[in-house]
Design a binder for this molecule. Structure first.
Ligand code: PLP
Length: 366
């Protein structure tokens, strides 16, 4: 058993989530499940209101603030429910009855956010882009919009904002589930950012909400307390038991990111990984990437085969090489490689090598 655990793992995952974790972080997590910090308890057994746990939470927040150079006036909430829950919680917490908001639609996750918000509030589509980010000069944000929502990385479509706009009209609200902590961020541009943790920040179960203090308390009456930003901000995210284990893992990931050189270094690693794959795509007529070159995602590389009949063979041969979960999002089809923070460059290189070989073998099958 011991021996089995110490063997290098053979399954390199390109899945949409959860993501791979760095071996050092996994080792820390294993230790902490045995006993946390000599305290006589497993990390899973801590009392959420007592110092052993609150210190973990405070340190995670301090590391997050340091990594993002978070300006004063922003609050950090550690919530449960995933980014999908925020699609409705954002309008519940930011819009009073009758208020409206603007949304930029760049793909599947934008559309899901729009559907959830439209159940509650007036929603205006400020701009729409397919396979590209619509230029900010074309966005039509109504004067009375309480915020403008964007999706930083469209994980199913492979489209990414590489620059975020400064909006004068309305606070910018962003789903950064797939791209938070993959590059430095000018947080001052945003009124609110949310991201679930299982892509770049550890384990599923935790969702970060970072928001400007002045946006607290603007929403509806009757929001369940654990989902109410103002109540959670007043209670240090401990209105009820927070997702403690995922928060611990996120804390380890934040320290790992700092040790790896912070967000500048993370951004460089994202560029290197995705450059390898886009080079493999560009090198062969077998591969097609529909996304406009400047807006191609460095986090979720979406592509398809010129001859889609070859896709099952591509997936099967890749898996035989240990390259797993390259099927595109079920709503989009095709192929996709997600390259989150913890992925070593060698993993992306192994996929790029496989793609070159596969393209060579099938050069007459296009
Ligand atoms: C994965 C993803 C989500 C969904 O996250 P959950 O934590 O499963 O709710 C939402 N938005 C984006 C951009 C994503 O990549």
């Amino acid at each position: 058993m011991e021996q089995h655990c110490s063997e290098p793992r053979q399954r390199l995952s390109f899945a949409g989530g959860a993501s791979a974790l760095p071996p050092e972080v996994l080792a820390e997590v294993r230790d902490a499940i045995g006993e946390w910090n000599g305290c006589g308890q497993s990390i899973l057994e801590l009392a959420f209101t007592e110092h052993d746990f609150t210190a973990i939470q405070e340190e995670a927040e301090a590391d997050l603030r340091a990594l993002l150079a978070l300006p004063g006036g922003y609050r950090v909430l550690f919530l449960a429910g995933g980014a999908f829950a925020q699609f409705r919680l954002v309008p519940l917490n930011l819009l009073a009855a009758g208020d409206g908001a603007a949304y930029v639609d760049t793909g599947l996750w934008s559309q899901r956010a729009i559907e959830e918000a439209a159940c509650l509030s007036r929603v205006t589509i400020a701009a729409r882009g397919r396979n590209h980010v619509p230029p900010v000069a074309t966005w039509d944000i109504p004067a009375d919009a309480a915020y403008c929502h964007i999706t930083g990385n469209e994980t199913a479509d492979g489209v990414q904002f590489h620059q975020f706009p400064t909006l004068a009209r309305a606070p910018l609200v962003a789903d950064l589930t797939a791209d938070l902590l993959t590059a430095p961020l000018t947080v001052e541009r945003f009124g609110l950012i949310y991201a679930s943790a299982q892509k770049n920040l550890g384990a599923a179960g935790l969702t970060l909400v970072i928001l400007r203090e002045d946006l607290l308390g603007k929403g509806r009456e009757g929001i369940p307390a654990p989902l109410d930003y103002a109540r959670q901000a007043a209670a240090a995210s401990r209105v009820n038991t927070p997702p403690m284990f995922a928060l611990f893992v996120a804390g380890r990931m934040l320290k790992w990111l700092r040790r790896q050189g912070g967000l500048e270094a993370a951004a460089e690693r994202c560029r290197e990984r995705s450059d390898l794959l886009y080079a493999a795509i560009t090198a062969s007529d077998l591969y097609r990437c529909p996304v406009a070159a400047p807006d191609r995602s460095q986090i979720s590389v979406c592509f398809h085969l010129a001859n889609p009949a070859l896709e099952p063979e591509f997936l099967a041969q890749a898996a035989r090489r240990g390259l797993w979960y390259l099927r595109g999002h079920p709503a989009r089809g095709g192929l996709r490689a997600c390259l989150y923070n913890a992925m070593p460059l060698a993993t992306a290189a192994a996929l790029a090598d496989f793609m070159a070989e596969f393209a060579h073998t099938h050069r007459h099958d296009i």
